[in-house]
Design a protein around this ligand. Structure first.
Ligand code: GZL
Length: 339
């Protein structure tokens, strides 16, 4: 009897040892891989299960490529599982992507809406599925602000005002009419609507500053060149080009030079973004003034994702810091530009 009891005790002890070792190794592996700060075996759900569904506008410009890289690099650094989709600048592709993220039950959805309108239904589907949504880069015009947690991006109206103010200062004493042509961004997009609004708000007070033509170049180099060619054919005197982004300005520069004119001299050029190629053109004197639009939104987006997952309060609107560059300032800033 005594030896049976003894063996029973030994086996029980062995069982207890076995179970506690298993817990430790599980706790240790969780702690090591996901979140060292979480303490022994107590990884918070947020650290090990965050999946972020991100729907990107497309790959239409240097700005967009820099924005995509910032988001992908930041998600990797945060240890999030990023599901990334490129909509090729089509709203229907973005809506499909958002619905797919809802089906996959991702933790958080983020996207840069290609245009302002037409999102209420799919955003309501995300809300009904209990998946928080974060807007980056561009806004939506949904009146129901509860459909998304925050909007992280530039103030495009202010960008337009900065462009208009530089022009108004350049021509404040002009006695001649100043003929301006405008290359608008993607029709219906927040940056196109707002950059035009801010620009007109400032130049509208000077009757000599006349916008004689305004057309979308869809934020691309190719379209910017094509539309500028048409402007040059239709108008014998163009003094200024206002382009809503560098890629359209760079396409327009090709058209201006092909017409035997000097960009930055015969036709003054104002642009927005301040991506490397645009800053190089400014340093070369082909673009006279660039309004920066910061694409490096990745870090702010990941902070917002973590705050949402942790149930913390976040600002409804997070505005990115940005500046402006004359040709000389662009020359100075170029060597240290991140994008
Ligand atoms: C602005 C962004 C715009 C850039 C363009 O935040 O949405 O889209 O200005 C890009 O270069 O295509």
């Amino acid at each position: 009897m005594r030896s049976k009891k003894k063996w029973g005790l030994v086996i029980t002890l062995a069982m207890v040892m076995l179970v506690s070792t298993a817990c430790n190794s599980k706790g240790a592996s969780n702690t090591d891989s996901a979140n060292p700060a979480a303490g022994e075996g107590s990884t918070p759900a947020s650290a090990k299960t965050i999946t972020l569904g991100f729907s990107q506008v497309g790959a239409e410009s240097g700005w967009r490529s820099a924005n995509t890289k910032s988001i992908q690099d930041s998600a990797k650094e945060a240890g999030y599982d990023l599901k990334f989709s490129d909509a090729q600048q089509k709203q229907e592709n973005q809506i499909k992507a958002l619905r797919s993220f809802i089906q996959q039950k991702v933790t958080v959805i983020a996207f840069s809406p290609v245009v302002e309108s037409g999102w209420d239904t799919v955003l309501k589907e995300a809300k009904d599925a209990g998946i928080p949504v974060i807007l980056t880069d561009r806004a939506v015009d949904s009146p129901d602000k509860s459909l998304y947690k925050t909007f992280i991006g530039s103030d495009f109206v202010e960008e337009g005002r900065k462009a208009g103010q530089w022009l108004a200062d350049q021509y404040k004493d002009t006695q001649e009419d100043v003929n301006i042509v405008e290359l608008q961004g993607t029709t219906g997009s927040a940056p196109a609507n707002d950059r035009q609004e801010g620009f007109m708000e400032i130049i509208g007070s000077n009757a000599k500053l006349k916008v004689i033509a305004s057309q979308t170049g869809d934020f691309t180099r190719a379209k910017g060149k094509e539309v500028m060619q048409a402007f040059l054919k239709a108008h014998k005197k163009i003094d200024v080009l206002y382009a809503h982004n560098d890629d359209m300005a760079l396409g327009a520069i090709q058209a201006i030079e092909a017409a035997g004119l000097k960009p930055g001299v015969d036709i003054k050029i104002i642009s927005v973004d301040a991506v490397k190629d645009g800053m190089q053109a400014a340093a070369d004197g082909k673009i006279n003034f660039i309004v920066e639009c910061n694409p490096l939104l990745g870090p702010q987006l990941m902070e917002a994702v973590q705050a949402v997952v942790d149930g913390k309060e976040i600002e409804a609107r997070i505005v990115t810091d940005e500046t402006t560059f004359t040709s000389d300032q662009a020359k100075e800033a170029l060597p240290t530009r991140e994008y």
